[in-house]
Write a protein that binds this ligand. Structure first.
Ligand code: SF4
Ligand code: SF4
Length: 157
């Protein structure tokens, strides 16, 4: 996140306010940019613990950077891309365990390495362990049977 936007955040807002009282800038600031929610996954609606992630990513994800290649206009190309809101988090326990939205919903606080607590360098170092950058492939060219062969275990929920 750009420094001028960081300046607009209320001090330690993630501790003082519930998710549904954050402004847009604060809400966006919570995302660590791991890209895990952009991976194709198989969900069991009745039991999020049975979520199986693959290393196959949404066609808009840039697998080299781990970021959406067209975030602003993504809905034009991926209509079912989820815009996460505070009301939705309770039903999204398939998010990775480090995801700030999930953690705050569960009362766990930010992960200790999150850039809002630890600065960008430590944050970036942790991204090599939990993020998708450099270890996913685009869904373009894969069919459903191929994707089922790409289950991974490095996403912890
Ligand atoms: S899993 Fe959570 S922290 Fe990671 S990119 Fe998605 S919303 Fe952001
Ligand atoms: S459109 Fe962008 S943000 Fe949405 S799932 Fe795809 S890569 Fe992720």
């Amino acid at each position: 996140m750009q420094d001028d936007r960081l300046d607009a955040l209320r001090e330690r807002f993630w501790e003082k306010y519930p998710l549904n009282q954050l402004n847009d800038t604060e809400w966006e600031a919570l995302c660590d940019g791991c890209g895990v929610c952009c991976l194709v996954k198989f969900l069991d609606d009745d039991d999020p613990k049975f979520t199986e992630y693959t290393d196959v990513a949404c066609k808009l994800l840039d697998c080299a950077t781990g970021h959406c290649s067209n975030y602003t206009n993504r809905k034009q190309y991926v209509p079912d891309c989820i815009r996460l809101t505070a009301d939705m988090v309770a039903d999204m326990m398939w998010l990775p365990r480090h995801c700030a939205y999930k953690r705050l919903h569960l009362g766990q606080g930010l992960p200790h390495w999150h850039y809002l607590l630890a600065g960008q360098n430590r944050h970036d170092a942790q991204m090599a362990k939990v993020g998708v950058r450099g270890r996913c492939v685009s869904e373009s060219g894969f069919d459903d049977d191929d994707i089922e062969e790409r289950i991974i275990r490095w996403v912890k929920i």
